[in-house]
Design a binder for this molecule. Structure first.
Ligand code: NDP
Length: 335
């Protein structure tokens, strides 16, 4: 079984020498265990935070162990009455080709139906990123029809879903993404009303002007994935009683400082700012997945995937994700 271990903690940007490819035999299954051949590995920005040894909402990734991560795959052997060879499953298999897992605990491994939804989508649109978008949008921003919702990292797995769920609720949706190609696709493919290329507006003044043009009625809801100047620019255009869902602040994940320039606007505009961690709201996942699954199965929901080939390329693909080389969900195809 080939695995990728974290062998040292990155200082700033992760590098290939923070990871090592390790080969270990798969031990025979004990009662209750299942052996899964992982087909796709999910790469997610939160993994950068886990690589640090600092206090956070989750335990750090231990050194010299398999990198954590979501996976989809197929059961190849089972000593658990609830699973049989051939079952397609989603779980937290980590950066490795095979996963030996005690599937007795509820939720550790979930069977999925690939009749109308491709297996890989259970790591994106119909998985954790999709539910993240759904939670922040419906439980925090809760836009009314006609309100304006802005989403940063709009071409990403979460951002693309936020925009489409907001459009389905009748909101005007404006994305923020890096580069003209991503912005064009966000509008043409994902159906956003407009998209601003933040790289073409590198300072606060210019970005806030672009937001003013794209959001003539101001901003009622902002789905925050980035932080820094983008947040400051949105705050300058926020309406009274507007909401911000704090989902991610990727601009600071490698340790860059991302101060908030003008917190007094929270008071002046009577804003609601709320952070959330999607895995702490498991009770809402079935409802979210039902809506997302229906939209994907009926073709109402568009999503892109960027797929790296082979486990050995996972570290490089992860570094690319933090730099915006992905468009949509970043995956690694193992089979
Ligand atoms: P994405 O698919 O959006 O990929 C990350 C994107 O971030 C890149 O493609 C890049 O897009 C953008 N980016 C990177 N650095 C910067 C920067 N300095 N400034 C602006 N944009 C940058 O990833 P996900 O959809 O998986 O995740 C989106 C966000 O949601 C992340 O912040 C993540 O941590 C957060 N998240 C939070 C969860 C929660 O429970 N709170 C759960 C899941 C995700 P571009 O080319 O446009 O710059």
């Amino acid at each position: 079984n080939r695995q990728i271990h974290l062998v040292s903690r990155p200082q700033g940007e992760p590098r290939t020498d923070n990871f090592a490819l390790v080969e270990t035999p798969v031990a025979p299954l004990a009662e209750g265990e299942v052996l899964v051949r992982n087909h796709y590995l999910s790469l997610d920005p939160y993994m950068r935070g886990r690589m640090n040894d600092s206090k956070s909402y989750a335990q750090p990734q231990p050194l010299n162990e398999v990198m954590i991560g979501g996976t989809v795959g197929e059961v190849v052997e089972s000593r658990n009455e609830h699973f049989k060879a051939g079952d397609q499953v989603v779980g937290m298999g980590g950066w490795q080709e095979y996963q030996r897992v005690n599937a007795s605990q509820r939720g550790v491994l979930q069977k999925v139906d690939t009749t109308h939804i491709p297996l890989s989508a259970y790591l994106g649109a119909v998985g954790m990123p999709g539910v993240t978008a759904w939670y922040g949008l419906t439980q925090i921003l809760n836009p009314k029809a006609g309100e304006t919702v802005v989403v940063s990292s709009a071409s990403g797995a979460v951002g693309g879903a936020v925009g489409q769920l907001a459009k389905a609720r009748g909101a005007r949706v404006v994305g923020i993404a890096g580069g003209p190609a991503k912005c064009e696709a966000v509008v043409q493919e994902l159906g956003f009303d407009a998209c601003i290329d933040y790289k073409a507006h590198p300072d606060l003044r210019s970005l806030s002007k672009a937001l003013k043009e794209a959001c003539p009625d101001g901003i009622d809801g902002y789905f925050e994935n980035v932080g820094g100047v983008i947040l400051d620019a949105v705050m300058l255009r926020a309406n009274a009683f507007s909401r911000i869902a704090f989902c991610g602040m990727i601009a600071g994940y490698n340790g860059e400082p991302i101060p908030m320039a003008n917190p007094s606007l929270i008071l002046v505009n009577r804003m609601k700012l709320e952070g959330f961690i999607v895995s702490e709201h498991m009770e809402l996942w079935p409802q979210a997945l039902k809506e997302l699954g229906t939209m994907v199965a009926t073709g109402q929901f568009k999503y892109r995937e960027t797929v790296a080939q082979g486990l050995e390329n996972a570290p490089e693909a992860f570094m690319g994700l933090l730099k915006g080389k992905n468009f949509g969900k970043q995956l690694v195809k193992l089979v």
